[in-house]
Design a protein around this ligand. Structure first.
Ligand SMILES: [Zn+2]
Length: 173
């Protein structure tokens, strides 16, 4: 059974900034105590992201929820509700295993996932014409995502709903 670690979350909340795994900073080596503390904090965030990924990616099993890419080195764990929010626990049901490109698109609200487990591609992307990569992203619009079989690992519909509201607001659809 996976449980969140309250102490770990407290540190993350207190740090004030939370970043997606796509924006992982390089470790900073510095003699300045403030910079060093920052580096420690960033390392904690990296460890936290790595742990979250270690829970979510194998649950899927090891494929992108959107296009079933199975290259494990390209798979990441996307938070449905972000760490700094109340419901942002680092549990499998608050995550989606996504490949790098879908993770970035999800974080930017260019791709959404509805509470009914359907992909929703942002109208901005659908209207764009920018070659085969974008065409590939568009083909998953209104397609169901892949979800883990175990009930406790499936993406939580309430969390998806609150996140999907943000997607709809930001895309004004
Ligand atoms: Zn993907």
């Amino acid at each position: 059974m996976i449980q969140s670690n309250p102490a770990e979350r407290q540190v993350l909340v207190a740090s004030g900034t939370m970043i997606g795994s796509v924006d992982e900073p390089e470790p900073v080596l510095s003699d300045d105590p403030i910079e060093r503390r920052c580096a420690v904090r960033e390392t904690r965030i990296r460890i936290h992201q790595a742990r979250f990924r270690g829970r979510v990616v194998p649950a899927y099993p090891e494929q992108c929820a959107i296009w079933r890419l199975k290259e494990v080195r390209l798979l990441e764990a996307a938070h449905i509700v972000g760490d700094i929010e109340e419901a942002g626990e680092p549990i499998v049901s608050n995550g989606l295993a996504l490949c790098s490109i879908h993770h970035r698109a999800y974080d930017q609200d260019l791709v959404g996932v509805s509470p009914d487990y359907d992909v929703c591609v942002s109208p901005r992307l659908l209207e764009d014409e920018d070659g085969p990569m974008l065409d590939l992203l568009k083909t998953f619009d209104r397609q169901p995502i892949y979800v883990p079989r175990r009930a406790e690992w499936k993406p939580d519909r309430e969390r998806l709903a609150s996140r999907f509201d943000r997607f709809l607001t930001r895309n004004a659809v």
